[in-house]
Design a protein around this ligand. Structure first.
Ligand code: CA
Length: 235
């Protein structure tokens, strides 16, 4: 069963989210604080997704996100923020969240977002259903090798740790070398058609990727900006 960690200190909201996720077939672990969430996170078999409220008593959702991401690059993380916390959302994405949703949200939208996230994570994970032999296991581009089996990127032989979203973006680049990709297409390629997320997610993930793969992230040589449009891969 798919397992999700829901961290929210307001019991009524947490229970409503948990109830709806359970109805959608999820096993839900509930925590009212980041400290409790970490206990659950370490005790249980790994969760597929985590929903983290930013404003929590004690350790906040951003620090929790950072802590979880440090030990698990596969889990899908969605930050939940209140209106007016724009800076926090972006910070959440830059430290490892995959998506965010703003309160008040509709529960059906929230469930759809969690499902989209995990479908995507699964697609790349153990649930890989591609027919063997139809695709190469490694994509090579310049000094980079993307190993589809182990989901690891190598640069000149050195392994670079990527989140699932970052990995998917790299896949898209490697399959479209030298092509300007519009941000909406990157969003669609990574999150699937009909996904109603924000293109800012793409920008933040690109920023994170540049920190990991570029010699000088401030003057990128591989992930080039196409002004007013999107990004282009240059090996
Ligand atoms: Ca809260």
């Amino acid at each position: 069963m798919k397992r999700v960690l829901v961290v929210e200190d307001e019991a009524s909201i947490r229970e409503m989210i948990a109830l709806n996720l359970k109805m959608a077939g999820w096993e839900v672990l509930e925590a009212g604080s980041a400290e409790r969430a970490l206990e659950l996170f370490h005790a249980a078999p790994p969760c597929d997704a985590a929903l983290l409220d930013i404003m929590l008593p004690g350790m906040d959702g951003l620090s929790l996100c950072e802590t979880i991401r440090r030990s698990n690059s596969d889990i899908g993380i969605i930050m939940v923020s209140a209106k007016g916390q724009e800076a926090d959302k972006i910070r959440g994405l830059s430290i490892g969240a995959d998506d965010y949703i703003t309160k008040p949200f509709s529960v059906s939208e929230l469930v759809a977002r969690v499902e989209a996230l995990v479908r995507r994570v699964r697609r790349g994970g153990n649930g890989d259903t591609r027919t063997p032999g139809t695709e190469p296991d490694q994509l090579v581009s310049g000094p980079f090798v993307l190993d589809e089996k182990s989901r690891v990127l190598y640069k000149a032989g050195n392994a670079i740790d990527l989140t699932q979203v970052e990995f998917q973006i790299m896949e898209l680049f490697f399959r479209n070398p030298g092509t300007a990709l519009v941000r909406e297409k990157i969003l669609e390629g990574v999150w699937g058609k009909g996904y109603f997320g924000d293109v800012k997610i793409v920008d933040v993930n690109i920023r994170r990727l540049r920190m990991k793969i570029e010699d000088e992230p401030s003057s990128p040589q591989h992930i080039l900006t196409v002004w007013g449009y999107g990004y282009r891969w240059n090996a």
